[in-house]
Design a protein around this ligand. Structure first.
Ligand code: ACO
Length: 169
C-alpha cells in the first residue's frame, strides 16, 4: 500500500458540473452508468461531492435520498489515473456520513463494481427491500434511478448485468 495521496473530498459546486459530466460520459457510452444531461446535473448538484487533487476534480459521487430511511449512492467515478489510491473509498465514506446526518439508515447501489462495494459493507439483495406501502409511493416517482431500484420492467435494459446492493449504516 502506498502512502496516502494528496486529495480532498468536498461538496460539489456549480463550477464542477461540466467536469462531472466529462467524467461520466465514457461510462454512459459503455452503459456502465446512467447518462445525465447537464441540466439534470445542475439540478442535483447539492447531492454531489467531488474529490480534488491539485485543483483538478478527479472523482465524484452523489447521495440521492429515496425515502425516510433509504438513500442511494449514484454516479460514483474515479478518474483512471487515480484508481486504487483510496479516492473511491473516501467519496463513499463522505456520502455515508451525509446519509447518517440526514437520517438515512440504508444505502442502496446498483453496480458492476461488486467487490468494491462488498468491501465497503454492501451486500447483494435479491428482492424488494421496501414494504408494499412504500413501494406504492416510490413507484410514483418520475426518477429513473428509483425505477431501477424497484427493478421496474421499463428500465430492465439499463440494469442488465448490474448487481443490486444494500448497506445498513
Ligand atoms: C453506485 C454507482 O455509482 S455504481 C458505479 C461505480 N463506478 C463505476 O463503475 C465507474 C468505474 N469505476 C471507478 O470509477 C472506480 O473503480 C471505483 C469508484 C469503483 C473505485 O475507485 P477507487 O478510487 O479505485 O477505489 P479505492 O482506491 O478506494 O479502492 C479500490 C482498491 O484500491 C486499493 N487501494 C486503496 N487505497 C490504496 C492506496 N492508498 N494504495 C494502494 N492501493 C489502494 C485497495 O485494494 C482498494 O480495495 P478495497 O476495496 O479492499 O479497499
Amino acid at each position: 500500500m502506498t502512502s496516502p495521496a494528496p486529495f480532498v473530498v468536498r461538496p460539489a459546486g456549480t463550477a464542477d458540473v461540466r467536469r462531472i459530466h466529462e467524467l461520466l460520459e465514457p461510462f454512459v457510452q459503455k452503459r456502465i452508468l446512467l447518462g445525465k444531461d447537464l441540466v439534470v446535473l445542475y439540478g442535483s448538484v447539492q447531492q454531489f461531492v467531488v474529490a480534488e487533487a491539485d485543483g483538478v476534480v478527479i472523482g465524484c459521487g452523489a447521495l440521492h435520498v429515496m425515502w425516510e430511511d433509504l438513500g442511494e449512492i449514484r454516479t460514483l467515478i474515479v478518474h483512471d489515473e487515480w484508481l486504487h489510491h483510496g479516492v473511491g473509498r473516501a467519496i463513499v465514506e463522505t456520502l455515508e456520513e451525509r446519509a447518517r446526518a440526514l437520517g438515512v439508515s440504508r444505502l442502496f447501489c446498483l453496480t458492476f463494481e461488486v467487490d468494491f462495494f462488498t468491501r465497503r459493507g454492501f451486500a447483494e439483495i435479491g428482492e424488494q427491500v421496501v414494504d408494499p406501502d412504500v413501494y406504492s409511493q416510490l413507484v410514483r416517482s418520475p426518477d429513473e434511478g428509483v425505477a431501477e431500484f424497484l427493478d421496474l420492467a421499463h428500465v430492465k435494459p439499463n440494469t442488465l448485468g448490474n448487481t443490486r446492493m444494500l448497506k445498513h449504516l
